[in-house]
Ligand binder design. Structure first.
Ligand code: S3P
Length: 170
């Protein structure tokens, strides 16, 4: 079974994906970690030394590798993965178990303010400008996230509740 989680940075894809994979007894793959291991470099350094275009190219390649080569997994994608090139089509072609974890802007701002450093797209945005940035960015990206077969309203729900909800839709 192939399961793919999409959603904005800080929407809980990795936390939920790990628990879901454990419950289903299948592999958990974090696309960001897969890229970092394959490239032998952290994401912030890839952005800094090679640039975002290089990162997006690699993200596309490794996404395809995982979707084609592996059979049973929960894949947590990066926040931007669905929004570039053919990525979302490739995901939807590989499986119908695609879940968009929808979270309010307020919750994202709260979480991301604490976790900015490891995310190059927001690392240099002053805290006071973060709400505006996230609001606009999420608005642009929602178009792509909405292509997921399932939208999970994740607001105020425990991780365990969300995992059970997703399991019920498989
Ligand atoms: C990105 C999100 C990050 C990572 C990279 C770019 C984005 O993943 O792929 O920093 O474009 O939103 P997370 O969603 O796991 O933070």
């Amino acid at each position: 079974m192939k399961i793919v989680l999409v959603g904005y940075m800080g929407s809980g894809k990795s936390t939920i994906g790990k628990m879901l994979a454990k419950k289903l007894g299948i592999a958990f793959i974090d696309l960001d970690e897969y890229i970092e291991e394959s490239e032998d470099m952290g994401i912030p350094k890839i952005f800094k030394t090679k640039g975002e275009v290089y990162f997006r190219k690699k993200e596309y390649e490794y996404l395809g590798e995982i979707l084609n080569d592996q059979k049973n997994f929960v894949l947590s994608t990066g926040g931007g993965t669905p929004c570039y090139g053919e990525n979302m089509n490739a995901i939807n072609k590989a499986t119908s178990n695609v879940f968009y974890l929808q979270v309010t802007i307020a919750a994202l701002i709260e979480r991301l303010a604490l976790e900015k450093a490891e995310r190059p797209l927001i690392a240099n945005i002053p805290d006071r400008e973060l709400p505006d940035f996230i609001g606009k960015h999420l608005f642009e990206r929602s178009f792509f996230y909405a292509k997921a077969k399932h939208t999970i309203n994740s607001n105020g729900k425990e991780v365990g509740t969300l995992v059970t909800e997703i399991q019920g839709l498989l």
